[in-house]
Design a protein around this ligand. Structure first.
Ligand code: UT7
Length: 334
């Protein structure tokens, strides 16, 4: 029997219109554009403005574009997995809301919380449903409205993150294209360095938690940085090794966009020159689960059928991992 693999057959994204640049942040917190750009690589990020708009609204835009590009209807979709840490509600899931908003009435879905690794975990999970033959069309979304949980008086976090959503469609492939391998990692002992202190079941919201600004992202940047450099580089080298891939065999590295210095260290360890590294941190910042599909969206036209692609990520938890895939299509000049 021919082996079925899960191939990405379309990619789309959405970023909000409002641009928050480094100069504007200089007016909010004691920082400089130069510090932000040299320490992180970020020049600007997008912010979702508007009463009542949440993560699902960005997902809707990304998924509607995805369906249009592939020329299919929301009714054709079997499953939607949304990687996010900023769901519209604690419950129901953002996937549940998204399916309703786009009319995907034949689909089921769930949210997957793995912080910045949300898309990679979700991609690997979604691929299983294709590989087993259970489903024919699975959408994997990575989306976060980080501005909803950022403290714009904390210069160590508000300068890093932005809002955005990216989505891919997975379909069965019998040419050996699509997801080839994945390595997923988790070490919850790192949670002390990057988390949201209140709002969960350990510390439900109270007036005191709000006054203490505990509903925002808390990050101790340096330990996260050190673990991210090692974790992302190790897992990328490991997936290359076990698939007998040399640096010349790899067409693209798609790294999580948290800090350009982490990305550079990963590429160096893999022996890749900067032309092979997808980078959009300068314009979107760190969109958490959104970074990787937004990179694929930005670079779609440059990828060729059969290209070997390594996706790598590191995030809160800690969670980290890598996916090796073979790109499944060429994009005509649209
Ligand atoms: O995506 C999920 C995983 N997250 C990450 O991978 C993020 C990993 N961490 C980082 O990217 C970096 O740690 C940061 C960008 C968050 C911070 O950069 P850093 O080089 O690690 O800075 P630091 O925290 O060690 O701080 C160095 C100095 C400190 O001042 P002193 O104590 O040396 O006087 C900070 O107070 O820089 C100061 N600082 C700033 N200065 C100007 C911190 N934030 C700022 C700022 N503007 N925005």
């Amino acid at each position: 029997m021919t082996k079925v693999t899960a191939a990405i057959t379309a990619v789309a994204g959405y970023v909000p219109e409002y641009i928050l640049n480094n100069q504007e942040l200089e007016k909010l917190v004691p920082t400089t554009s130069e510090w932000i750009e040299t320490r992180t690589g970020i020049k600007e990020r997008r912010i979702l403005k508007g009463e009542g708009l949440g993560t699902s609204d960005m997902c809707v835009k990304a998924v509607e574009l995805l369906l249009k590009k592939r020329g299919i209807s929301a009714l054709d979709i079997d499953l939607i997995i949304v990687g996010t840490v900023t769901p519209d509600y604690v419950f129901p899931s953002t996937s549940n809301v998204l399916c309703d908003k786009i009319g995907a009435t034949n689909a089921w879905g769930f949210d997957l919380n793995a912080a910045c690794s949300g898309f990679v975990y979700a991609l690997s999970t979604g691929a299983q449903f294709i590989e087993t033959g259970k489903h024919k069309k699975v959408i994997v979304v990575g989306a976060d409205k980080m501005s909803a949980i950022l403290d714009y008086t904390d210069r160590s976090t508000c300068i890093i993150f932005g809002d955005g959503a990216g989505a891919v469609l997975l379909e069965p492939n019998t040419e050996g294209l699509g997801v080839q391998d994945s390595i997923l990692k988790s070490d919850g002992s790192g949670r002390q360095y990057l988390h949201q202190k209140a709002g969960g079941s350990v510390k439900p919201p109270t007036h005191e938690t709000v006054d203490a600004r505990e509903h925002f992202v808390y990050q101790d940047g340096q330990p996260v940085f050190k673990r991210a450099v090692v974790g992302m580089a190790d897992v990328s080298a490991q997936i290359m090794d076990r698939n007998n891939l040399k640096s010349d065999d790899i067409a693209w590295l798609v790294p999580h966009q948290a800090n350009k210095r982490i990305i550079d260290a990963t590429a160096e360890r893999m022996g890749l020159s900067s032309e092979k590294v997808m980078l959009n941190i300068q314009k979107y910042g760190n969109t958490t689960a959104g970074t990787i599909p937004l990179c694929l969206w930005d670079y779609e036209k440059q990828m060729k059928k059969g290209d070997n692609i390594i996706i790598s990520t590191f995030g809160a938890g800690f969670t980290w991992g890598s996916v090796y895939l073979k790109w499944a299509y060429n994009t005509d000049n649209e």
